[in-house]
Design a protein around this ligand. Structure first.
Ligand SMILES: Nc1ncnc2c1ncn2[C@@H]1O[C@H](COP(=O)(O)OP(=O)(O)O)[C@@H](O)[C@H]1O
Ligand SMILES: [Mg+2]
Length: 574
């Protein structure tokens, strides 16, 4: 219930509209209350007194009342849906903001489908909880109160009689219903007993026969079988008793009401029309009671969704800027990694005691088997995760002391697979720097060897990319990623197997674009093919989360260790 209150806080901005909606609901359902009144006038005035003027009046008022009701019905639906949808839009946006701020580790642990279902199904459940329940609650509440009010007005004694006898019959029905339900459960249990006994004695028939226990088993079965019969008959007895009893009780209740009502009519205390109107109101009471109890069930269901949503909203955003975080000034690009140990799951270390230093503008390469921890280093520099111990410094700033946005603004990443958004080629490249002009975008595309293929696309830079749009080849995607990075113009560059998924032909084109991109920037290159990193200022060989060798290509070859082995494997068959 605590979370339901929190949800109500989202309705607060629309409280004025909400009040208006409630007024409309009450007016619309109030119109329903007029119908029995028509019956009353019809009987008492038109039929009994042959009052033509009354007949005309009734005819006109039916038309007027229904017009009135239609008007308020429209506004009730419109306003409540408006509020419901506004709340959904607001909650959805809050959720989306939350997801944008969640740490990478959240997305490691949760599947895309799960996250999406929060935003679609659960938020949708809120909408129906609000819209349907609120309308129904107020409509039925108004009809309930209105009907009782009308009944009291028509004849308060008869109303009291009704309000006492009807609930009595109702609770008698409920008590019976519960009993029947419980005998039903007993039948199910007995049936289950029979089944398990059957299964047991048939599957162990060999044992039964070898001990000559057939008649023993038959006796056992007979007992269970009889118990089942008894349970079923208990149930039958109750159900057969229920219908006549309830009907009898209802008949007695109705008799009381009709007798008393009739008595009053005979004695001139109540008019015939008023009695009929009264009975119509009384019958109408059944609906609101039934529907109001259904609302409770629906609320229960919505609560689960609401709990899930607030559960997500309460999650901690682990990588948060410190309170006194400073803006990272434009960096020169020296990177120091000091004794870094990091684990994704708190059990296995993905990196252990990794230390190295990079000077501005240097190209650093990481090689090693898959799962060694190369990408993990690439993840830690933009602070997608926080180190467990040690520190990463850029230009002397510990990256935990600066604003994460100002850090990431200065780092460009070209991943193995580039994700493009479903928009135009132009906008996809502009993602690198949102305020770039068209000319700058095109210049970046040119620098990334992408301009030519883009111009060959059906609509050039305005071509739509995405599921229904055009699909680009891996090499083309990578060049778009490079163009994005060119546009962003970061001082630090991370290329995580940027060419690994490409065939040799496109790799050459992409590689030459990458070489241009790296000029003058501190670059971290993770490479599968050693040919791309011969020129690196320093190569680190990573294995099991540790640096096991380091040096230039030449030094490592001379060392004759892991690197030279790798080299020999890759180049032996050339
Ligand atoms: N998001 C993640 N969550 C949990 N463990 C991960 C995650 N990413 C990588 N790992 C684990 O960390 C280790 C290093 O992975 P990674 O840095 O991706 O290796 P490499 O890039 O060298 O192939 C591996 O054991 C891998 O299973
Ligand atoms: Mg990797």
């Amino acid at each position: 219930m605590k979370n339901y209150k929190r949800l109500l806080a989202y309705i607060k901005p629309y409280l004025g509209l909400f009040g208006l909606a409630v007024v409309c609901i009450i007016c619309a359902s109030g119109a329903n209350l007029y119908l029995p009144w028509i019956i009353k006038d019809m009987i008492d005035k038109v039929l009994a007194e042959r009052d033509m003027a009354m007949l005309n009046f009734i005819s006109v008022s039916i038309v007027v009342v229904f017009a009135f009701r239609g008007f308020f019905y429209y506004w009730q639906s419109y306003l409540v849906s408006y509020i419901g949808q506004r709340v959904v839009v607001d909650v959805r946006e809050v959720m989306f903001r939350k997801f944008q701020r969640m740490p990478m580790s959240y997305f490691d642990k949760h599947q895309t489908g799960e996250t999406m279902s929060y935003l679609t199904n659960d938020v949708g459940a809120i909408q129906s909880a609000l819209v349907d329940n609120l309308i129904e609650m107020f409509t039925e509440g108004a009809i309930l109160i209105g009907s009782i009010g009308m009944m009291l007005y028509l004849d308060w004694k008869l109303t009291l009689l009704t309000l006492i006898t009807v609930p009595l019959v109702g609770s008698a029905m409920r008590i019976f219903g519960k009993k029947i339900k419980s005998t039903g459960t007993v039948i199910q249990e007995k049936l289950a007993d029979i089944t398990s006994l059957l299964q047991e004695s048939i599957s162990s028939i060999r044992v039964v026969k070898s001990f000559v226990r057939e008649s023993y088993e038959i006796d056992r079965f007979k007992v269970e079988n009889e118990l089942n019969f008894k349970a079923t008959m208990d149930n039958v007895r109750l159900t057969s008793l229920l219908t006549p009893t309830v009907e009898f009780l209802a008949a007695v209740a109705v008799t009381f009401i009709v007798w008393f009502g009739g008595y009053e009519v005979v004695n001139g205390i109540l008019s015939a029309g008023a009695l009929v109107a009264f009975l119509t109101y009384a019958v109408n009471l059944a609906n609101p009671v039934k529907r109001l109890s259904r609302i409770y069930g629906r609320l229960q269901k919505a609560m689960a969704a609401i709990d899930r949503i607030f559960g997500v909203l309460d999650l901690k955003e682990t990588v948060n800027d410190k309170k006194d975080a400073v803006e990272l000034p434009k960096v020169v690009g020296s990177v120091t990694v000091e004794n870094v140990t990091f684990s994704y799951d708190g059990i296995h270390n993905a990196l252990e005691n990794v230390s190295f230093e990079v000077n501005p503008g240097q190209m650093i390469a990481f090689v090693g088997p898959s799962g060694a921890g190369k990408s993990t280093i690439a993840n830690l520099i933009p602070r997608f995760y926080d180190v467990n111990s040690g520190a990463i410094k850029i230009d002397g700033f510990d990256i935990r002391d600066v604003k994460t946005d100002s850090l990431r603004e200065q780092i460009g990443i070209v991943p193995q697979e580039t994700l493009l958004f479903s928009t135009t080629v132009m906008e996809n490249i502009r993602y690198g720097r949102l305020n770039a002009t068209d000319e700058e975008v095109i210049a970046a595309a040119k620098a990334a060897n992408a301009d030519k293929f883009i111009r060959d696309l059906p609509e050039g830079y305005q071509t739509q990319i995405g599921e229904r749009g055009l699909n680009l080849s891996g090499g083309q995607r990578q060049r778009m990623a490079i163009a994005r990075a060119m546009l962003k113009n970061p001082q630090i560059l991370i290329l995580d197997e940027a060419t690994s998924a490409l065939d040799t032909e496109s790799e050459k084109i992409v590689q030459s674009a990458l070489d241009d991109l790296m000029v003058g920037r501190t670059s971290f290159v993770i490479a599968h093919r050693l040919s791309t990193i011969f020129a690196a200022d320093k190569i680190f060989v990573i294995d099991k989360g540790r640096i096991c060798e380091q040096g230039t290509h030449k030094e490592l070859l001379e060392l004759g260790g892991v690197y030279s082995n790798l080299y020999n494997i890759q180049f032996s068959n050339l």
